[in-house]
Every structure is written in C-alpha cells, then in structure tokens.
Design a protein around this ligand. Sequence first.
Ligand code: SF4
Length: 615
Amino acid sequence: MNKLNLTDDILLSVEKPARYIGNEVNMIEKDIANIDIRFALCFPDVYEIGMSHLGLQILYDFLNKREDTYVERVFSPWVDLDKILREKNHPLFALESQDPLKGFDFLGFTLQYEMSYTNILNILDLSHIPLYSKDRSEEDPIICAGGPCAYNPEPLAEFIDFFYIGEGEEALNDLLDQYKAHKNNGGTKAEFLEKLLDIEGVYVPKFYDVSYHEDGTIKAFIPNHQNAKSKIKKRIVIDVNELPFPQKPIVPYIQTVHDRVVLELFRGCIRGCRFCQAGMIYRPLREKNVEDLKNQAKTLIRNTGHDEISLVSLSSNDYSELKDLTYYLIDELDEEGVNISLPSLRIDEFSLDVMSKVQDVRKSSLTFAPEAGTQRLRDVINKGITEEDIIKGSSDAFSGGWNRVKLYFMLGLPTETLEDVEGIATLGQDIVEEYYKMPKEKRTQRLQIIISTSFFVPKPFTPFQWFPQDDYETFMEKQSFLNKKINKKNIKYNSHDAKTSRLEGVIARGDRKVSKVLYEAFKQGCKFDSWSEHFEYSKWEKAFELADVDMNFYTTRARDKDEIFPWDFIDTEVSKDFLYREYTRALESKVTPNCRLGCANCGLKELGGGVCYEG
Ligand code: SF4
C-alpha cells in the first residue's frame, strides 16, 4: 500500500476520508519505475458520483491493460478538503499512487455534463497547473478531454490541449503508442500536439482559428496548420463484442450513487427522440452478445460481491435478447440473493412480469418518461410513447399491486403551448382516475403519483439545435401555471429552478467566447454548480458581465438554417441535412419511425455495422 498523501490530521478533519485514500478492492497497483506513461483519469465531480460512472471503470480497465501505462483516478475534492488544500498550498493527487498530478504525462477529463466545467478548472488549479493551454509548459501534463460534452468542445477550447471525439477504446491505444515513441525519441509535448493531427477523432483547438460576423455568429472556422483536418470524425467501435469488459471493477469502501454491477447491453439507440443528444451522437445501435452478457454477469458478481445488478443502456427495452437475458439472470442469481434492476423499462406484460419477480411490488414505483403532456407535443419530439401506452400500463400495474407512479416531463419544448403544459396535469389526473376504476377491495394502499418537470435545453447534434430556449420568466411562468393545474390530492409535484438550465443552455451551444465566462465564474469561486447547495447564480451573472458575454445570444436566439455552429466541424456521420429534416418534421408534428422499423437515412450507414445492417 502506498504512503497516503494526506496526513491523518487532515483526513480526520474532512467528511468521508475514504474519498481520498484509494486502495479499494480491485484497485490496480503498478510499479512506477516500470511505467512509461502516467495517465490521470479525472472525473470533475465528487468521488461517489464518479465511481458510479460505467465509462470511467471501462477506460480504467482498458488502458491499464497496457503494461507501459499506469492509469489512475482523480475526483474533485469536496469543498472541505478543497479549502484545506488551498490554505496549505498542497497539490491535488491521484488516488492510486497518491502522487501529485503535475508530474503526469496526461490528465484526461470526462465531460458528462456542462455544469461540471468549473470543477475542471478547479482541479487544474488545485494541481498547480496553469488553466489556459497557452500558459502551460513542458513541466505540465497534456490536458485532454472526451465524453458526450466533447462533441461541442469550444467552450473549453482555451483550457484543453486536445479533445478526443468518440469511444475511447477505438483510438486511445494508438494515441498512447505514438506518445511513447515520441517521448522516447526526445520529442516535446508541444510537438506531440502536432503529431496528434494525424489521428482521426482528435481535435487540437490551437490549430484552428475562428472568425465572427458582426452579429456574433461564426463566419469561418479555419485550420491554421497544414495538417489540421477541416472535419474531425468521431471514432466508434463497430463490433462491440470484440471489446474487453472490466472483469474486476473497483469496489469503493463508502456508499456511492450506484453500488452495483452494471451490464452494458448495447451502445447507441434506435429511437431518435429529437431532444436527445446521446440518441444521435452514439448512433448506430450495436448490441452485445447475450451469452457473453450472461457470463459477464456471473463473473462481475463473483469479483465484486455486489448484491445488485443493473442492465443499462440508453433504452434497455430495445435490447433484442432482453427476455432471454432477464429470465436467465432471475433464475441464476435469485438464489444468491442478487437483486436485478431494470431502468427505463416500458410498461408491458413482460416488464410487469419481470418487475413482479425482481421487485417488492408494494414498495417499488413505476416510472414513465412521457416528456410532454399532449400527444401533439410527444409527436413533435418524436417520443414513441402514446397516452394509451401510459394509461394501459398504469392500469395493468395497478391490477398487479403497484400504487406508485413517477412521471417525468420537460417544460419549454419547441412549439409548446399552455395547452401542452396543462396536458401534464390532465395526464396525471387520468392515471388517478384509472386507479379509482379498480374495485374498492383491490385499492388496498394509498395511491401516490409524482410528477417531476425539468426544463428543456437545446443540444448540439440534435434536430432541436436550431430552436431558441425559453427565457427564465417564461420557464417559471409555465412551471407556476402547471403547479396550479395539478390536483394535489393524489399527485405530488416536484419542480425546479430554471437558472441552471439557462446556464446549461449557454454552455451546451457555446463557442470559444464562453471560455472567458467559465474562467470568470471560476475566479468568482463557482464550483460544484450541479449541487444546488453550492450553486450561486449571482456569481455567474457577474462572470457574464466581466466576460462581456450576452447569455441570450446563446439561449433565446433562434438560429438560421445555414448558420455555422461552433460544433459543425465535428463529424458524427449523422448529417446536418438529416437533423434539419427532422427539425422540419418536428414543426409538422410528424413522427419518424425508429431505426428497426425503417432507416431514416441519417447518414451513418456508411460505417458498415450495427442496427443499420440488421435483418
Ligand atoms: S443509418 Fe438508418 S438505421 Fe442506421 S442509425 Fe441512421 S437512421 Fe438508424
């Protein structure tokens, strides 16, 4: 076991010291003396959230298979330790070796949500690494980033040396091979960034210049290096069955958000919901072999001691072997006391049967995400769920003994009217009425319906990337209107404040000018912005003022068809023409069938695999 970086005094003075000591079950240990490349995988949020993230466990395992590379983990220190590190000028360190990050070759950030961006700057600062790429030297690590938010890298372009667009398993080995050879030949880090221009999927911001029109929109995005490509193509693994899976994921000593084994059923999604970025950027759907998944489940339970297994993917119902896999897991694992959790199941006969086998019906709740209150608006967003599905599913579930239903919606969706907002309350009431249609003797428990709303944020690479976002007042008026319409006798309403959604709106479709806002927000002391107890909107307002950036330019402005977006140089192989076709179909409330029912010619077929070639 390595010597701990923090003294006992410090560890005993902070909440949950186990966040910082490493040495968990299945942590990988290596002898630094035999290592060529040191890579810190950074999750810019607290340990319990980062350790629940499947992607982190996958990359940790995948890259540590290399004998020449040691991949370690870093999370944002919680505010108590943050304060101590600053007071003592004590640099941030990696969990495995407990060494400061400044001596690493790479710091790789995973970009999962926009409101974690100030934490990225904070990690750099706590590591005594200059925030801006231009200020860093050969003594500093190369700072890179990937993950879903990297599909619009521009708000972080000033801070990150290179972005990787796509699935890490596809090109990171090649990238590290090249780095090792380059380093052994005496090459510098600065020169390596030039070498990266030859690797598909890698974007190095400093080799591109952006010019703007007078109205602030982009005029041109031009490479300034002869080897810089005009388009950066995403990299994905076509045959996901070739991928290794982490056989021994790390098991934390403290409770995390998800303490369970996770089985990834497939990558991608067939659905094409028009608000969903993940559904577009991870296309096409690529399934894993069911027999492999059965073996993985048994191995993972054996190697972790977890008593829960979760089947995850963007829409787990769409896994073609779901019945076979689920019934197998119930038969095999039930005796061992392992619980199975099935997120995002559609409510049909099969799922009710499965749920009644794996859950305590009286305690569990059913979850629907209709997203919109009327069929018209559900057609606009291409959400393949009808009122009938929801009412019939609820009715069947009530007959099966359930009495708790959770419903998730978004406010502010494109073309939304007050009638659509009221439709949310009406749908909730219809479900209540469905419950009371049951004979009295069957209604043994109190009905509980929970309606939660969030606010719509238009995202890059979706058909809604052209749409304006509602302003703050409109968001809050809609929320208050809905609150009045909901019958509180049987329905509980969870509402939110729209301020973070507005900021997410700026960063999600931001350009390079937003870097300055992030910097000023960090300087004002913003961090852990996705935690309501730490979010301080007034500091963000100040940051916009100091950076001289208008929030409304990014949020409430409608975009022209031909506007150059900050992310247009990234090629997801889903064409902009397709996205615009979907935008116009949305305006006409026209539904587009899912990829299994018919190909909508999104452009991905050229990749040569996945659902596009099934049957
Ligand atoms: S090419 Fe067709 S089938 Fe393949 S992801 Fe695109 S729409 Fe779906």
